[in-house]
Design a protein. Structure first.
Length: 368
């Protein structure tokens, strides 16, 4: 999808638990100074009026009318219908709120709402990691190409999304990509999000460093301690991110068996990838034991760390060879090495999500 030449304008919203950030995108780029309004309000009516106000202020900055509104909003939700459910960060949304239909009636244009993990993945599939890796394979003379992408966001929560052959995968209950409900390998009685999240990092460091949780520094500081950049309990920081990587890698290994494509990581905690990514990849390449005492690779595919220069080179080179077509003079070039790669966001999580929202709206409009 070529977004740069598209002149249509879409209104967007980055809905966080603290702030609502409103903007407008044209040709894949933000074209106005964002409008920032607080997310917390006295009641639901105040929040809804604030959302309307934010879009109105952005629209007033535009020289032409937008064709749609498209944005990420926390779940649970019935995204196809634009109905928001019981939110943890925004407790006033209880019992189902028809946010999409309300905005459609107010502005007279289509409204598309999705999960942030889905739109992040869609943005990276269009202008981020997926096309970059395919371009590098082309430059390397390798015939292999990737068409599927599993996205995962590490931050306040643990989210996910799936794109296949240029289409965002949507489930029948708006619950696709919800890998946060998987079991944690580190704490089997908890969901994995209790380990793979900001709160998981802080709790793990509290245990490893044997300090009260109120004294625990930010995940960014824990990462810097683990990298030896600042003073602190370095071994505790390293162990914290090792457990994080084990839990995340275990879940991603399960998820990728159904997707069979590249994996892109985003969210605030993805910035700590120098401390955990190789461990995550190692977990995905882990071997099972067999009843006869042998080993069985966890996956049918080999996983490569795309942020590691040596791994990337091996990934791009593959095992390309030519074979003869039976009963013919023709020869075919192919790469028999089954493999995927894991890399971090090329666009930045926020930009990827915005591009995903923009592209999703245009795709829907073109099909309608």
């Amino acid at each position: 999808m070529n977004l740069k030449d598209d002149k249509r304008i879409v209104l967007t919203l980055d809905a966080g638990g603290t702030n609502f950030v409103f903007s407008a995108i044209q040709g894949g780029d933000e074209i106005v100074e964002p409008i920032i309004l607080p997310a917390q309000a006295a009641n639901l009516i105040d929040i809804l009026e604030r959302i309307i106000k934010g879009f109105e202020e952005v629209k007033a900055k535009l020289s032409e009318y937008p064709v749609a509104i498209s944005f990420a909003f926390p779940g649970p939700a019935e995204y196809e219908l634009g109905i928001i459910g019981n939110l943890v960060n925004l407790p006033d949304f209880r019992g189902g709120v028809a946010l999409g239909p309300m905005l459609e009636e107010k502005f007279g244009i289509p409204v598309y709402i999705n999960n942030d993990g889905d739109l992040f993945t869609y943005g990276e599939a269009i202008n981020g990691l997926l096309p970059e890796i395919n371009a590098k394979l082309t430059d390397s003379g390798n015939p292999k190409r990737y068409h599927n992408l599993l996205g995962s966001t590490f931050g306040t929560g643990f989210g996910g999304g799936i794109v296949t052959h240029g289409e965002l995968f949507t489930g029948d209950n708006s619950a696709q990509g919800e890998i946060n409900r998987s079991r944690s390998k580190v704490h089997p009685f908890y969901s994995v999000e209790e380990t793979v999240s900001i709160r998981g990092i802080r709790k793990a460091y509290s245990r490893e460093a044997k300090i009260d949780e109120v004294m625990v520094p930010t995940p960014q500081s824990i990462f810097e301690i683990g990298m030896g950049k600042v003073e602190g309990d370095r071994q505790a920081a390293i162990k914290t991110f090792k457990k994080f990587a084990m839990a995340a890698g275990d879940v991603l290994a399960n998820a990728i068996t159904l997707v069979d494509g590249l994996i892109v990581l985003g969210g605030g905690l993805s910035g700590a990838h120098p401390l955990f990514l190789q461990q995550l990849v190692n977990e995905m390449n882990h071997k099972f034991e067999t009843p006869r005492g042998g080993n069985l690779s966890r996956l049918e595919i080999r996983v490569f760390n795309l942020e590691n220069e040596k791994d990337l080179k091996r990934f791009l080179h593959g095992s390309t060879k030519e074979i003869q077509v039976p009963f013919s003079n023709k020869r075919i070039t192919y790469d028999p090495l089954k493999r995927i790669g894991v890399g971090v966001s090329r666009l930045g999580t926020s930009k990827a999500t915005s591009i995903g929202a923009y592209a999703f709206a245009l795709n829907k409009l073109d099909k309608s």
